[in-house]
Every structure is written in structure tokens, then in C-alpha cells.
Design a protein around this ligand. Structure first.
Ligand code: T4K
Length: 370
């Protein structure tokens, strides 16, 4: 008999009974969206939980990114990583600015700060790095470059919910950070996202931008969009928040188990997280070196599929290789050699709080037998 499929991730669903209690309150109030009670409560609780000053909730992470760029009036060129989910670059282009792809660091897979400065031109107005897989960027170096060159920094922290470095939230770095609360994330509101900002003035600006620009019933102060999170999402988030620490802890156990099981396999490496980082184990990426392991990444990916194990090649193809970007930007193949190599070798193994040890054993065993 074929075993049940193991997918790359599975959202955590809190007990249904507990969610019904929230739904009853929505039914009583008949307040479904537009800064309702749960929306306000979630903004407050999340800011406290994450250790940040202000949080603006959104209907998803992509709209949050688009609004973040708009809130900082970004123009011209934006230096960014090609090794991410395509929404990172799309948000730049939707703002009618030009993405300039910069290569990544071979150890962290994040934007390589030593390669940023050569890409700065008089048109550059911002750097948009991604904490890929929740692994923190080199913020000190990025901040120094931004300061010298008078650039804004917007972190795509879609994967970095509750990640800390030296005890502080990495969401406090840069001018703004964005989060995704999509169903596939460590903390989810079904769909959802947020912008983290440092002061009330910016929060107000973002709140106008996500609500059509309305300052009151009759006054429109800016050309806004509709980026609002509704009450069902916010209620779901409040409930998720009660379980998120426990779920991250379960993910840690799984990640540690993978690390041990894969340690001796020649040609397989995994991301090393620095000891001063409190990680969230949102993804478990491995790199497959064909010369040493004997199989290409795609061969292992297909082999796992035949056993009903659905790993994913996040992030392949590289964004700069999608035809819409290859043909329309100044990205140059030879400048992105590390990113291209990692995109060819990476495979994200299943990880989610309810993944069972016996299933991880199976995954490791299939990786071992070539
Ligand atoms: N920046 C970065 C760096 C990002 O990674 C993302 C999103 C964004 C920005 C934009 O944030 P959002 O606008 O999405 O909030 C998924 C997610 O849709 C996407 O949110 C995420 N990154 C990206 C890395 O992964 P797909 O196309 O791989 O999703 P899908 O539907 O194939 O789901 C993956 C697996 O998850 C499935 O095999 C099964 C499981 N799954 C999925 C869903 C939706 C479930 O078990 N239940 C579900 O409801 O993009």
C-alpha cells in the first residue's frame, strides 16, 4: 500500500472549537473587516510578542511589500536578491522601479554585502534584501552601505517570523520589514502579512496607504490601495499566536533530527545557523552536490516523489531567469554565479510541526539509498 503523501509543509490548524468561539464574536458584532476588534488586538499582541514598535497588518505579504516601497517613496533602481520567491521582485516592478540583481553569499544564501556597492548608480534609492529561509542577513554591513550612500533598506522578512539575533528581533532592522502570514508559513492567518515600522508617523502613513488613503469619512490624503486584513484572518492569527512558540519548538526538534540524520551523507549539506540566532525553522533546505552525492538535485526530487514525498525546489528557477525578468532587466548571468549554483542544487525537505519522526526516518533513508 502506498504511504500517505508527505508535503513540503502543512499549516498548523488550532482546535476548531477554539476558533468557533472567535467566530461567535464576529457573528455577534457583525463587524467583518476595516480595523475591527480582532485586527486591533492582533496588532497589539503581535508587536509585543515580536518585540517591535509598530505593526501594520495586511491581507498578504505581497501587498505589504508593494506598500512598503510606496511608503518610502522608492524610485529608480532597487538592489535585491534573485534567490527568493518571485513576489520580492514583482513588488519592485509593480512600483515602476527597476530591480538590480546582486549575487548571494554561498554560506547564508542571502544578499552578499561585498557585491552591493559595485551596483549602486545615481538612480539607486533602496536595497531590498531577503532573510531567506528565516536566516538573518548581514545587517551591519548592509546598514553601513545604506548610510554612506543614502539608501533606504526594506527587508523582505516573509520567512523570518520571530527570528532573533543576540536576543533582539531582526524585524527592527532597516527602514521597514515585511512579514508573510500565508498558510505555508510558521505563523499563518490563512493569507496575511504585515509591515513592521519604527514610529507612529510611518504607521499612520502605511495605514492610510492600505485603506485607500482615507484619513476620515470624507478625506483622502494619498493614493492608497486595499491591503486590509479582515476579522476572520485576525481572529485566526490571535489563536495561532497561542500555539506558535510550541510549534517552533517542534520544528526545532525536526530540524535537529534532519541535521543528525543527514550529517554523514557525502554531497549533502544544510544551512548552518549562527549560535547567536534564535531561528524559526521555517524551511529545511539542503544542497546536493552531484559530484559527491552521485545524483543531481532533480533526480533526488523525482525519486522522493515516487515515494510520495513532495519536497520543493525553493527557489528555482532563480527570479532573474524567469523570462519576464531575463528579457527586461539589467541582470547579468555571470554576476550571479553563486545564486545560479545554489538554485540548481537546493531542495527544501518537508518540515512542519506535525511531521512525525517515522516520516523523517523514511525521508532520510530514501536520501541515503542512491
Ligand atoms: N517574499 C517571500 C520571500 C516569500 O517567500 C513570499 C511567499 C512572499 C514574499 C509573498 O508573501 P504572500 O503574498 O504569499 O503572503 C508558497 C506560498 O504561497 C508563498 O506564500 C510563499 N512565499 C512561497 C515560498 O511558497 P507555492 O506556490 O509553493 O505554494 P503551494 O500552494 O504550492 O503550497 C506549498 C505546499 O504547502 C503544498 O505542497 C501543500 C501545502 N499547503 C499549501 C496550502 C496553500 C497546504 O497543506 N495547505 C494550504 O492551504 O507558494
Amino acid at each position: 500500500m502506498k504511504k500517505k503523501p508527505i508535503l513540503v509543509t502543512q499549516p498548523f490548524l488550532p482546535p476548531l472549537k477554539e476558533f468557533i468561539a472567535y467566530l461567535e464574536r464576529i457573528w455577534d458584532s457583525k463587524w467583518l473587516t476595516n480595523n475591527g476588534q480582532f485586527h486591533q488586538q492582533l496588532e497589539k499582541e503581535l508587536a509585543e510578542f515580536l518585540g517591535v514598535n509598530h505593526i501594520c497588518l495586511f491581507n498578504n505579504g505581497t501587498i505589504a511589500l508593494m506598500v512598503a516601497l510606496r511608503a518610502l517613496d522608492i524610485t529608480g533602481e532597487v538592489i535585491t536578491t534573485p534567490f527568493s520567491f518571485v513576489a520580492t521582485t514583482h513588488s519592485i516592478v509593480w512600483n515602476k522601479t527597476t530591480p538590480i540583481f546582486c549575487d548571494i553569499d554561498p554560506q547564508t544564501y542571502n544578499l552578499d554585502p561585498t557585491k552591493i556597492e559595485e551596483l549602486i548608480t545615481p538612480q539607486t534609492s533602496a536595497i531590498l534584501p531577503v532573510h531567506v529561509y528565516g536566516n538573518p542577513c548581514d545587517n551591519e554591513k548592509i546598514q553601513a552601505i545604506a548610510q554612506i550612500n543614502n539608501l533606504k533598506v526594506i527587508y523582505d522578512a516573509a520567512h523570518a517570523f520571530n527570528v532573533k539575533k543576540a536576543g533582539n528581533s531582526i524585524l527592527n532592522w532597516g527602514d521597514l520589514s515585511i512579514l508573510s502570514f500565508h498558510a505555508t508559513k510558521v505563523f499563518n492567518t490563512i493569507e496575511g502579512g504585515a509591515i513592521i515600522c519604527h514610529d507612529e508617523e510611518m504607521k499612520q502613513k502605511i495605514d492610510y496607504l492600505k485603506n485607500f488613503g482615507f484619513a476620515d469619512e470624507t478625506k483622502v490624503v494619498t493614493v492608497g490601495t486595499n491591503g486590509k486584513m479582515n476579522e476572520f484572518q485576525a481572529a485566526f492569527g490571535l489563536l495561532q499566536l497561542k500555539y506558535v512558540e510550541e510549534n517552533i519548538q517542534k520544528r526545532k526538534v525536526i530540524a535537529d533530527y534532519y541535521c543528525k540524520g543527514l550529517a554523514e551523507i557525502e554531497g549533502i549539506t544544510y544551512l548552518k545557523i549562527k549560535p547567536n540566532v534564535k531561528h524559526n525553522y521555517s524551511y529545511f533546505p539542503i544542497l546536493i552536490d552531484k559530484e559527491k552525492y552521485g545524483l543531481f538535485r532533480d533526480e533526488l526530487y523525482e525519486k522522493l516523489k515516487t515515494h510520495n514525498i513532495y519536497s520543493r525546489r525553493y527557489f528555482y528557477p532563480l527570479i532573474s531567469n524567469f523570462p519576464v525578468y531575463k528579457e527586461n532587466t539589467s541582470a547579468c548571468e555571470s554576476n550571479l554565479s553563486i545564486a545560479n549554483k545554489i538554485a540548481e542544487q537546493v531542495l527544501c525537505l518537508p518540515i512542519y510541526s506535525e511531521l512525525e519522526i517515522k516520516d523523517i526516518d523514511r525521508i532520510i533513508a530514501y536520501i541515503k539509498i542512491k
